[in-house]
Design a protein around this ligand. Structure first.
Ligand code: TYD
Ligand code: MG
Length: 459
């Protein structure tokens, strides 16, 4: 490979796989037609030190010799965000906030700027909007301190010089797809630009101890380099999900070097920006129909927080040879599996029925603990037998129809009791783990037949 020359490299726009020749299918992620040619200047890829200097710097140290300074986390003023971050922003960390365009990433970061700039210097760098546009958005949100400064710039070399000169405590980059490095010849938003730009920001964050938030857009088609290729570079990855047309937005931690990854934060898009939703269970259950068949309340643990939600199922006679099965919010394969379990282990015939499963509120849930909820919702709709309005359930369902134990049953029962539920159907093996259950009746079930029996008895 000729040094200092632009060489053609093919990058997968979906996962960042690098190859010297074009391929129809990416070997990394098995996506088709995602390899795009980019010119890379091999010489430019960051060599600033000589080999001898590098070897000098690379000295192993004993663990006991390593100095560790306890750093205070910065609180963003939003408990929901702090929890997802693992208790606040760590100085010197690089946080990637991903999500579909229009979901509210810029709004969230601007609101975080508003809070943080009350006691520290914050620099907001936008490559997408003009200062006037940002000002318009800021006016909807409220008043801002003068310690927040704005810069509209896309040239990363300039941006990094400004950050070094101003030395703020926190920097927001909106978005990484608009930033470009001059010595990388491919277009902004391409995999090599995005990766190089993140590399520069990573160095700034670590060397100067500045917390950097990066916004990254994800597109389904993989046209723009998705932030997926950056996930291994940054410390924390947060995804903002939810339907753009629905009011609720879920901020989910996907990777976190400074905390647990299962946490979620729930926000609501209002007239004046994003507002925290402090009791999501209550909100998710709003407007739930009473005494309707096919509606069941289930409980899923999102990190350390139990969340109740309504699972709806509609099972009806199919008019076609091939019954339709769809699922919104729950995994369709899981729904198919649970229907097969119901057929085989509980003797319910659904082979000629269409089945639709939906988790109300546009939220997506993957925890197996909602299995029992899906099973009971399907049963309830098939037999037109409503489940009690004050009943909740949780439990994982196995292929033999057994209801298996799930984690933290005590917390789930406590949340249900707090919201006024009176009956809880749970795995029999979890019964002894639930120490106290005030005002709520516990019904332990060992398999799906027993769970259905409990519903037939009026639970
Ligand atoms: P935005 O933060 O621009 O999304 P992103 O940066 O992820 O592309 O927010 C987009 C949506 O939020 C936009 O459709 C308008 C809406 N919005 C409100 O409803 N209320 C508000 O106060 C603000 C600032 C935005
Ligand atoms: Mg934006």
């Amino acid at each position: 490979m000729a040094k200092g020359k632009n060489v053609s490299v093919y990058f997968c726009q979906n996962c960042g796989y690098e190859s010297s020749k074009w391929m129809g299918q990416c070997p990394g992620c098995r996506e088709w037609n995602t390899m795009v040619e980019e010119l890379v200047d091999r010489k430019a890829v960051g060599k600033t030190k000589s080999a001898a200097q590098e070897l000098e710097a690379a000295k192993p140290a004993a663990l006991s010799q390593i100095q560790y300074e306890h750093q205070e986390r910065m609180h963003t003023g939003y408990g929901e965000l702090d929890r997802v971050l693992g208790g606040g922003v760590v100085p010197g960390s690089l946080v990637l906030v991903g999500g579909d365009p229009g979901i509210g990433k810029s709004t969230l970061l601007l609101q975080v700027c508003q809070k943080l700039s009350q006691d520290m210097d914050v620099l907001y760098i936008s490559g997408e909007e003009s200062p006037q546009q940002i000002k318009m958005r800021a006016e909807r949100i409220g008043s801002f301190s003068d310690r927040l400064t704005l810069l509209c710039e896309t040239n990363l070399d300039l941006v990094s010089k400004v950050i070094e000169r101003e030395h703020p405590s926190v920097v927001m980059i909106d978005s990484i797809q608009t930033m470009y490095k001059e010595d990388v010849s491919s277009a902004p938003g391409s995999v090599s630009q995005v990766r190089e730009a993140t590399g520069v920001l990573l160095r700034i964050a670590k060397e100067k101890g500045i917390a950097v938030f990066i916004v990254g857009h994800v597109t389904k088609e993989g046209v723009v380099a998705g932030p997926r290729v950056l996930e291994h570079m940054v410390d924390t990855v947060l995804y903002f999900e939810g339907d753009r047309h629905a009011v609720y937005r879920i901020l989910r931690g996907v990777k976190n070097r400074f905390g647990s990854t299962n946490e979620i934060g729930v926000f609501e898009m209002c007239e004046s920006g994003l507002a925290e939703v402090l009791n999501p269970s209550q909100v998710m259950l709003n407007g739930r129909p009473e005494e309707a068949s096919g509606s069941v309340v289930a409980c899923s643990m999102e990190g350390t927080r139990p969340m109740l939600m309504e699972i709806q199922a509609l099972v009806c006679q199919s008019n076609f040879g091939m019954p339709r099965r769809t699922s919104a919010g729950a995994d369709l394969n899981r729904v198919n599996l649970l229907m097969a379990v119901l057929e085989k282990r509980a003797g319910l015939s659904m082979s000629n029925c269409d089945a639709y499963v939906n988790i109300a509120g546009g939220i997506r849930m993957n925890e197996p603990a909602i299995d029992l909820g899906i099973v009971l919702a399907l049963f309830s709709s098939l037999k037109d037998k409503p489940v009690g309005a004050k009943t909740i359930c949780f439990g994982e369902v196995g292929l033999s129809g057994e209801v298996r134990a799930v984690s933290m049953p005590q917390q789930r029962v406590a949340e249900a009791a707090k919201l006024g539920f009176e009956v809880c159907i749970l795995p029999a093996v979890c019964l002894e783990l639930v120490k106290e259950a005030q005002g709520i009746k516990l019904v332990g079930v060992a398999n799906v037949r027993e769970a259905i029996g409990a519903v037939l008895r009026g639970c």
